[in-house]
Design a protein around this ligand. Structure first.
Ligand code: NAD
Length: 524
């Protein structure tokens, strides 16, 4: 029977899953030296966060097929080394969603009914009934920021409280929103309308400081703000000022800019409930994580395919060699698309042509989806889960081939549909470099790299000069410029390479100018 090492303490239900399929060695105190010495006996290993599965361990693991993390983060596993050695790495990202959603509901109730502060008062010997007038949740508006795994569980629970739900998540489609029975809105409207606002987005450059002074100032006087996602999404200094000035405003926080929280002025306020990053800590979440990964290990040692894989090689090496130059191209196309389109796309069509035809292009499609989805999601999207993540998010994917790749060895054309619009980009490899050769069916020819911008404008005398003048005013130097147009005086598109990042102010000024319609900066 294959041997599986359980190297950290996991819930026994996980071990039970493996009974009959594997000889399980339960050694939750194994030392790094013992692990290095014995790992070659095992086909599977299950860890939590204590055991470090390093490159050295992986290099000694001659029989290992799968490394399973009974939880979410895989910082303790060298995923790259595992991929190089053809070892699968799996985790259980869905195991904590309900647990975290319940914690958010707990903070919500604690604040709406002043439970934590009333508890402290009673325990200090007081009986201050009139001080703790609460607010019912029924018929109140819940604003959910981020409608992923956790956000949707919060929505489900809030409906039992008869709350109305509005959602801000630019990356979900209208169709998904309809299925979930929620109304999509803008961040600005959500902030002003919500009685309770709850955050469930990943911490990304885009979400850092998402809720700062301006947003806090727009919140209703007696609103509740919750963060069980990541510290830094709310600006803590701004939050402190807002809560101090407006005692009816309330906040419930599980996560902080710096953890553990030390000497925070937030801890001096009555209108705040703080918990020490415990939103995901329940026995059930740990049990579910153990069961989920044990099932994955069982699947793999029986020759099957697991679900939550974080790595996996996909095609034979000859195909891989043919596709290799195009990986960077698809990645760049995905990155351009996510930065230039409205992100709640419904359809994504990829047309391949030229020398890559007649072979599996799975890895390229997945590379493109990875680049498109990774900036907006918490869990890493990888070549294995990319398609299923796209499907879960309501994106209809089609892939096709055409003969004609023009003068190039091969080309890749990607179109996305969102609302009533369509955006198309086509790229090729020329002199071993990825290039964009058309955008929205206007011909251009520019290397895909560094800081770029795509500008849609009306082809009228002076417009190109205006663009140059405005960028110059903001000290943004144009390195290269290409224009494509429908007809004289018609719609036109400009692709620029710039030496400095195009600032928000520069974009605002450009877009405020007659004849310049849309300015999208791209950072590759
Ligand atoms: P998820 O990837 O399933 O969902 C994230 C959602 O955020 C997606 O729907 C995405 O479209 C949306 N999003 C991304 N960028 C956005 C933006 N700029 N504006 C609005 N929406 C945006 O993630 P999840 O599993 O639901 O986790 C949500 C958060 O909870 C993450 O930050 C995660 O790290 C955190 N988390 C915290 C704990 C804890 O112990 N407190 C435990 C687990 C997860």
């Amino acid at each position: 029977m294959p041997k599986v090492l359980v190297a950290d303490k996991i819930n026994e239900k996980g071990v039970e899953v493996l009974e009959g399929s594997a000889e399980v060695v339960n050694d939750p105190t194994i030392t790094p030296e013992e692990l290095l010495e014995t790992i070659d006996q095992y086909e599977g290993i299950i860890v939590r966060s204590r055991t470090k599965v390093t490159r050295d361990v992986i290099e000694n693991a001659k029989n290992l097929k799968i490394i399973a993390r009974a939880g979410v983060g895989v910082d303790n596993i060298d995923v790259e080394a595992a991929t190089e050695h053809g070892i699968l790495v799996v985790n259980a990202p869905q195991s904590t969603s309900i647990t975290v959603a319940e914690h958010a509901m707990g903070l919500m109730l604690s604040l709406s009914r002043k439970i934590a502060i009333a508890d402290a008062s009673v325990k200090s010997g007081k009986w201050e009934k009139s001080k703790f007038m609460g607010m019912e949740l029924r018929n109140k508006t819940l604003g959910v920021i981020g409608m992923g795994r956790i956000g949707s569980q919060v929505v489900k629970r809030s409906k039992a409280f008869e709350m109305d739900v509005i959602v801000y998540d630019p990356y979900i489609t209208e169709e998904t929103a309809k299925e979930l029975g929620v109304e999509i809105t803008t961040l600005d409207n959500l902030v002003q309308t919500a009685d309770v606002m709850t955050i469930h987005v990943p911490l990304t450059p885009e979400t850092k400081g998402l809720i700062s002074k301006d947003e806090l100032a727009k919140m209703k006087d007696n609103a509740i703000l919750l963060n069980c996602a990541r510290g830094g999404i709310i600006d803590e200094a701004d939050l402190y000022e807002a809560l101090k000035e407006r005692p009816e405003l309330k906040a419930g926080l599980d996560v902080f800019e710096n953890e553990p929280l030390e000497n925070s002025p937030l801890a001096t306020l009555d209108n705040v409930v703080l918990t020490p990053h415990i939103a995901a800590s329940t026995k059930e979440a740990q049990r579910d994580a153990a069961i989920i990964v044990a099932k994955e290990v069982k699947e793999v040692i029986n020759g099957g395919t697991p679900t939550n894989v974080l790595n996996m090689p996909l095609v034979d090496s000859e195909t891989f060699q043919t596709l290799k130059p195009y990986f960077q191209l698809t990645e760049q196309l995905g990155k351009v698309l996510v930065q230039t389109t409205t992100p709640n796309i419904s359809d994504l069509n990829i047309t391949y042509s030229g020398e890559i035809n007649g072979r599996s292009k799975e890895p390229l499609t997945r590379e493109l989806l990875k680049a498109f989805l990774n900036p907006i999601l918490t869990e890493p999207v990888n070549s294995v889960n990319a398609k299923s993540v796209a499907k879960q998010r309501g994106i209809k994917l089609t892939e096709s081939e055409t003969e004609d790749s023009g003068k190039y060895d091969a080309s890749i054309k990607v179109s996305v549909k969102y609302d009533d619009e369509e955006s198309t980009i086509e790229g090729v490899i020329e002199n071993k470099e990825p290039k964009i050769i058309s955008i929205n069916n206007y011909d251009v020819n520019l290397k895909l790299e560094g800081l770029m911008a795509i500008i849609q404008y009306k082809d009228l005398p002076g417009t190109i000069g205006t663009i140059g003048t405005i960028l110059g005013k903001y000290n943004i130097n144009i390195g290269e410029m290409q224009v494509g147009r429908e007809s004289t005086g018609g719609q036109a598109v400009m692709v620029l390479k710039v030496d400095q990042e195009i600032t928000e102010d520069a974009i605002k000024e450009l877009e405020g100018t007659q004849d310049i319609e849309v300015v999208k900066p791209v950072n590759l």
